[in-house]
Design a protein around this ligand. Structure first.
Ligand code: DQA
Length: 146
């Protein structure tokens, strides 16, 4: 089984960016953590981060055939990118939306997600652990489907 871990804009700045909200650990640490969790569960994890909407759309299209599931933190795209929502809706690969912070407890604009209704599940406010939880959600879903 192959799972894509995809992070959107500004998540390359983890560790530097607003550490009171996002913590001091880096994207490399996050990718390592999820990759290791994958190894423990017998799945391969591919990692991708981009600050560019089109590159993220292209990667989701690729995931339609190249991956069995996607763990996706869309960053600020969560709140306005209909192009990315449509990309998620275009593929049959299940996508779990993840947010490090509790988006419902912050500014009102963060409580709105354009991905509502097209993702398999949304996990918010669990820090990096939310990504590992998303991996387990995907595996449970994929394994029960087979
Ligand atoms: C985020 C929350 C978003 O509102 C924000 O724009 C991000 C990160 C999170 O992981 O908590 O870039 O998705």
């Amino acid at each position: 089984m192959r799972i894509l871990l995809m992070n959107g804009p500004n998540l390359n700045m983890l560790g530097v960016r607003e550490p009171d909200i996002y913590g001091r650990d880096t994207l490399a640490t996050l990718e390592d953590m999820v990759t290791r969790a994958g190894v423990e569960r017998g799945v391969e994890v591919g990692c991708f981060q981009s600050n560019h909407e089109g590159a993220l759309v292209d990667k989701l299209h690729e995931a339609h055939t190249a991956y069995d599931g996607v763990i996706y933190n869309p960053g600020a795209h969560t709140h306005y990118s209909y192009a990315l929502r449509d990309a998620v809706a275009s593929i049959s690969t299940p996508v779990v939306e993840v947010h490090i912070s509790d988006v419902d407890a912050r500014e009102p604009f963060r409580a709105i997600s354009v991905f509502d209704g097209v993702v398999a599940e949304k996990i918010s406010g669990r820090g990096f652990q939310g990504y590992v939880d998303a991996l387990d959600v995907l595996l449970e879903r994929l394994r029960s489907a087979h």
